[in-house]
Design a protein around this ligand. Structure first.
Ligand code: NAD
Length: 269
């Protein structure tokens, strides 16, 4: 497994990754595991999460936890976080990757599709965030006399926005609404969770070579390449490397409430 950080950067830690069945989530789970984390692989299909667990374990990592859950279902999320707590007793990181697209222009967009897209991205991010806090970080804070946790333990959340939140994207009124909201949610969560000693950030990738992008016609993908300054689409491993770096408190311990643009220069701040 490829490593970019110091050896064992996340040794002894447990990190939850939603949407880890394929694409960016799979790469994030693999990369965190390569740096010593026990990862909890969350996705819709029980068979798929078990396969990912076995693939990561076969690479010499700590055996991942495989938990099938729909991020939009409150009961699933409560159960999934409970399962991770029971198995590991600790949650250090949460990476909210799960996502879908149902692209159609506004005039053709159904309310059901709009709601479904918002639910996976926004409700899923909220539900996992709340449960990690309710089942682990908030009780620690209370046990500390409601004083800021300053115990040197890594606690971090990475949310997923998209370049489309800033740039807009035809056909994605639902997706861009959810992603813009996730950026706002990231800032509020960073403020609320500072007492837990937790850092909360988001990444806003440009086009990444995954099954999600494969749904865009070839011509559209070429257009995305031309819109970047680097002249290409990202590989999911590059996004995973960025997530690993930001999750490492030795590298990004002073950074919270931020949105990181990883978009090849599609827009310039
Ligand atoms: N690929 C890109 O170009 C791109 C660009 C910017 C942002 N993003 C964001 O990155 C994230 C990952 O995208 P990707 O390209 O890897 O997508 P993908 O479609 O390849 O993978 C998404 C994963 O999420 C899972 N998922 C979907 N709905 C779920 C649900 N309700 N509960 C649990 N799991 C669910 C899917 O089963 C799948 O395994 C998404 O949030 C996406 O919006 C992607």
């Amino acid at each position: 497994m490829e490593r970019w950080l110091r050896d064992g950067a996340f040794e002894g830690e447990t990190h939850i990754v939603t949407g880890a069945g394929q694409g960016i989530g799979l790469c994030v789970a693999t990369a965190l595991a390569a740096h010593g984390a026990q990862v909890a692989v969350i996705d819709l299909d029980a068979g798929r999460v078990a396969e990912v667990r076995d693939e990561i374990k076969a690479q010499g990592a700590v055996e991942p936890l495989a938990v099938a859950a729909n991020v939009t279902e409150e009961a699933d999320v409560v159960r999934a976080v409970g399962t991770v707590m029971e198995a590991s007793g600790c949650i250090n990181g949460l990476v909210n990757v799960a996502g879908i697209t149902r692209d159609a222009r506004i005039t053709k967009k159904t309310l059901d599709d709009f709601k479904a897209v918002v639910a996976v991205h926004l409700h899923g991010t909220f539900l996992f965030t709340r449960e990690v806090a309710n089942q682990h970080w908030h009780p620690l804070f209370k046990a500390n006399g409601n004083q800021r946790l300053d115990d040197g333990v890594n606690r971090c959340i990475m949310n997923f926005s998209s370049v489309s939140a800033r740039n807009g994207n035809i056909g994605q009124v639902d997706y861009t609404a959810a992603k813009g909201a996730i950026e706002a949610v990231t800032r509020t969560t960073a403020r609320e969770f500072s007492g837990y000693g937790a850092r909360v950030n988001a990444i806003a990738p440009g086009p990444v070579d995954t099954p999600m992008l494969a749904q865009v016609p070839e011509e559209g993908r070429r257009a995305f390449e031309r819109m970047t300054l680097v002249g290409r689409i990202a590989q999911p491993e590059e996004i995973a490397a960025t997530i690993c770096a930001i999750s490492d408190p030795k590298l990004f311990g002073f950074t919270t409430g931020q949105v990181f643009a990883a978009n090849g220069g599609m827009y310039l701040d």
